[in-house]
Design a protein around this ligand. Structure first.
Ligand SMILES: NC(=O)N[C@@H](CC(=O)O)C(=O)O
Ligand SMILES: [Zn+2]
Ligand SMILES: [Zn+2]
Length: 424
């Protein structure tokens, strides 16, 4: 079946919006800017903006093991509603995809219920316990997109070094949640001014940056491709910048919440503001924005991390770290950064599509003939108030509830099929 999208605007190389059409045949983009084939089914783009389906290289779907927080079905529906068509699922599930058997099991679950493309990570260590190394060559051969122990830092330098050496041999990407356990101090938010006002234990910035500093030196020694998760501090940005200058193969991602919020914004001891790494200072936030703009930080990832309302009910100390991200990422970033002219629309879209795909060597994230027909149609003028109760995710854990934002995905197309359509 042939589908024809008309009355749509697309970004050109210069970053201008130009009117076009897209023809889809057998799940692939068959033509751009051509006439309607006679037998085609027509989608009216209503003059909206069409972007490549967003690519998120850092998400948590919770299945298997934590289906009360999220399932592959709810998580991917949430992704589709946010405009994401390719997502890389972190391995902190139960079981952890640390063996071929466990990875195959996870792949089976994905096949059964995912509505968008889910690419599973393999872990760096068995059960993410930080001790026994996994066989990453074997896991890669069975479809692991990359390797990470996200949720915890790899504490031993030798473990990281040896996995990087193995990764270098097969050109796999080592992806790191950087957190030195000896520097957490039982903290639940950033160690600064606001945690003292709230009487809450703080996590110092060095907890993250020292491990990034260690890892870039290990990546240099191993010749490995190394990607840093959710960069949150100015020292981390500087360390990545210096490493890039030295020719080390390092890339980095930043999350929307770290670009949009700082510790002083935290209104009270409310666990919907608790995530790892925590919201840092206003100087840190500034450094992250500068880092994106100067190319130190390569892409944006949501770190969608659903938890139940019961878990998040009662203050930061007992609650798990993490907030949901899919269904608010684009409108918030568009409203707060593109509308005021801090980022261009092309920059924002590239950081959510082409750039992450490049890092992980994925053939997605661009609208071109022959590519998978993964598209997000966005109404850049539509304004709406964020209501967590409308989320397709099981998670309601967001600090952005009640925020007004513009630029909402109205239709998401994955492999030529409509997987999300806004209710009229
Ligand atoms: N980011 C978070 O605060 N939480 C993540 C783990 C992680 O990304 O480190 C989770 O799995 O809940
Ligand atoms: Zn993490
Ligand atoms: Zn994560």
């Amino acid at each position: 079946m042939v589908t024809f999208i008309e009355n749509i605007k697309m970004l050109n190389e210069q970053g201008e919006l130009v009117e076009t059409t897209i023809t889809i045949d057998k799940g692939k983009i068959a033509a751009i800017g051509e006439e309607k084939p006679s037998d085609a089914e027509v989608i009216d783009g209503k003059g909206n903006f069409v972007a490549p389906g967003f690519v998120d290289v850092h998400v948590h779907l919770r299945e298997p093991g934590f289906e009360h927080k999220e399932t592959i079905a709810t998580g991917t529906r949430s992704a589709a509603r946010g405009g994401f068509t390719t997502i890389c699922a972190m391995p902190n599930t139960k079981p952890v995809p640390d063996s071929v058997e466990n990875l195959e099991y996870v792949k089976g679950l994905i096949k059964k219920s995912a509505v968008v493309r889910v690419l599973p990570y393999g872990s760096l260590t068995v059960a993410e316990a930080g001790e026994k190394r996994t066989n990453i060559a074997e896991l890669k051969a069975h479809g692991a997109v990359a390797f990470s122990d996200d949720g915890v830092g790899v504490q031993l330098a030798s473990t990281m070094y040896e996995q990087m050496q193995d990764a270098a041999k097969i050109d796999a990407v080592v992806v790191a949640h950087c957190e030195d356990n000896s520097l957490i101090y039982g903290g639940v938010m950033h160690e600064g001014k606001r945690n003292k006002e709230l009487g809450l234990p703080g996590i110092p910035s060095v907890c993250e940056s020292v491990q990034i500093a260690r890892d870039v030196l290990l990546a240099e020694a191993a010749g490995a491709k190394y990607h840093v998760c959710h960069v949150s501090t100015k020292e981390s940005v500087r360390t990545v910048r210096d490493a890039k200058k030295a020719g080390i193969r390092v890339t980095a991602e930043v999350c929307p919440h770290h670009l949009l919020l700082e510790d002083m914004d935290i209104p009270s001891d409310d666990a919907n503001w608790k995530m790892n790494p925590p919201l840092r200072s206003s100087e840190d936030k500034k450094a992250l924005i500068e880092g994106l703009l100067d190319g130190t930080i390569d892409c944006i990832a949501t770190d969608h991390a659903p938890h139940t309302q019961e878990e998040k009910c009662c203050g930061m100390v007992g609650a798990p770290f993490g907030i949901v991200g899919f269904e608010t990422a684009f409108p918030l970033l568009y409203t707060k950064f593109v509308e005021p002219g801090i980022f261009t629309l092309k920059q924002l879209v590239d950081w959510m599509t082409k750039k992450p795909a490049e890092i992980f060597n994925l053939p997605y994230g661009q609208i071109e003939v022959g590519a998978s027909a993964d598209l997000t149609i966005i109404d850049l003028n539509k304004e709406k108030t964020i209501d967590a109760n409308e989320f397709h995710s099981k998670g309601r854990n967001t600090p952005f509830n009640g925020w007004k934002a513009k630029g909402w995905p109205v239709m998401t197309i994955f492999e030529g099929n409509v997987v999300y359509k806004e209710e009229e």
